[in-house]
Design a protein around this ligand. Structure first.
Ligand code: NDP
Ligand code: MG
Length: 392
């Protein structure tokens, strides 16, 4: 029996890499549904190639366009629209695995729905977990969902932890700390003065990874590492103090686990997201991913340094938000999304992204994050707050 896969965010960087891996294993996997927001042409080509049962375009006008084009090609793919259709394709009884690769808060409801429906959730959409950590992990547990981290660092940590971690509480005593690696982004070594002048074009050009715009800017501010710190706390049930961020500019080691006996176990590989994607799809087995084998002689050197917390305050802001608990992380995430969009539209400076998040966290009222309504209300409040600041 082939596994049925829904790919949320199929037209994005992770979505395309996922389809590339799936295309190599047509005997193992079948595409059930694909989703996008507005990129009609890309989703059209994907539908023609993978023949899913459903295609969701959240934007209604784009959905109409896709539907017409598919008919012209004689395709029988059924086109759905609206955010609720994302929830439907993520929780459909026919689906085995859901790749959660929508960017930002827009992915929260369908990703949570996949967990609530007991699916294997391949989690790339870290923002969903950052916003709803406790609720999300509870949904995974209550519904016997399988949560496989796709974020390369968390996938590496997952691979480096002892077998049974998460089920057997004694495993935790073997762990000294988690070493979360960071490339340092395109502005590693830059001071605040130089950072205040960087352009969106410079910020989206990551030295090692090819990714969507939002996560590329997050990597440049180090907010990506901040979000990943929170992500790791929820995934592996640890505190920020048990995680050390290690800047490793080559992005060859994807993260490490340090054990009480002095051993440090890491996962290495070329920086290509198809490795963690293939791992998540096939776990506990392994399948070919198409990634070029690592040539250590070509790499030759691996370097490590401390993060610069002064020039890149986003890292500490994220850690503080996690410690504050409740809706603070959802507020941090929403403030970041709006500030990054403002920076990409050239309305604010690069350094204003972190400043605005700081201001938002200082001004907000933190509530318990015990319902999806409370989380969405906090998200909406933070968006309005930052939008107001950008316009003022
Ligand atoms: P992209 O921007 O490349 O793709 C985003 C996808 O989400 C697209 O399919 C897009 O559709 C869809 N989308 C955007 N907005 C909405 C919306 N409002 N409603 C529904 N769908 C929407 O992002 P990435 O692939 O780079 O990242 C996806 C997620 O994976 C992020 O959470 C990121 O942090 C995480 N991640 C990414 C990595 C990477 O290497 N790229 C590495 C680790 C994690 P459309 O194309 O139509 O706009
Ligand atoms: Mg990552």
């Amino acid at each position: 029996m082939r596994q049925m896969i829904t790919v949320l965010g199929a037209t994005g960087s992770i979505g395309k890499s996922t389809l590339d891996v799936l295309a190599r294993h047509k005997d193992l996997y079948e595409v059930f549904a694909l989703s996008a927001n507005t990129q009609v042409d890309v989703l059209l080509q994907q539908c023609l190639e993978y023949s899913p049962k459903y295609a969701v375009m959240v934007d209604e006008a784009s959905a109409k366009q896709l539907s017409q084009s598919l008919k012209q090609h004689g395709s029988t793919v059924e086109v759905l629209t609206g955010a609720s259709a994302l929830v439907d394709i993520a929780s459909d009884p026919e689906v085995d695995q859901v790749m959660a690769a929508i960017v930002g808060a827009a992915g929260l409801l369908p990703t949570l729905a996949a967990a609530q429906a007991g699916k294997r959730v391949l989690l790339a959409n870290k923002e969903a977990l950052v916003m709803s950590g406790h609720l999300f992990m509870q949904a995974v547990q209550d519904n016997q969902a399988e949560l496989l981290p796709i974020d390369s660092e968390h996938n590496a940590i997952f691979q480096s932890l002892p077998l049974g971690y998460g089920q057997d509480p004694s495993c935790k005593q073997q762990i000294e700390k988690i070493l979360l690696t960071a490339s340092g982004g395109p502005f590693r070594g830059w001071g605040l003065d130089a950072l205040s002048k960087v352009t969106p074009k410079q910020a989206v050009k990551h030295p090692n990874w090819s990714m969507g715009q939002k996560i590329s800017v997050d990597s440049a501010t180090l907010m990506n590492k901040g979000l990943e710190l929170i992500e790791a706390c929820w995934l592996f049930d640890v505190k920020p103090s048990q995680i050390e961020v290690v800047v490793h500019p080559e992005s060859i080691i994807h993260s490490m686990v340090q054990y009480v006996d002095g051993s440090v176990i890491c996962q290495m590989g070329n920086p290509d997201m198809r490795t963690p994607i293939a791992y998540g799809l096939a776990w506990p087995e392994r399948i070919a991913s198409g990634v070029k084998p690592l040539n250590l002689f070509e790499v030759a050197q691996l370097n490590f340094e401390l993060p610069d917390r002064q020039s890149f305050p986003a890292l500490d802001l994220a850690s503080q938000a996690f410690e504050a608990g409740g809706t603070a992380a959802a507020i941090l995430n929403a403030a970041n999304e709006v500030a990054v969009a403002g920076f990409l539209r050239e309305q604010i400076a690069f350094t204003s992204i972190s400043n605005l998040i700081d201001e938002t966290l200082n001004a907000c009222k933190i509530e318990a994050a015990d319902s999806i309504e409370a989380i969405l209300a906090a998200d909406a409040w933070a968006r309005r707050f930052v939008e107001g600041k950008i316009l003022s």
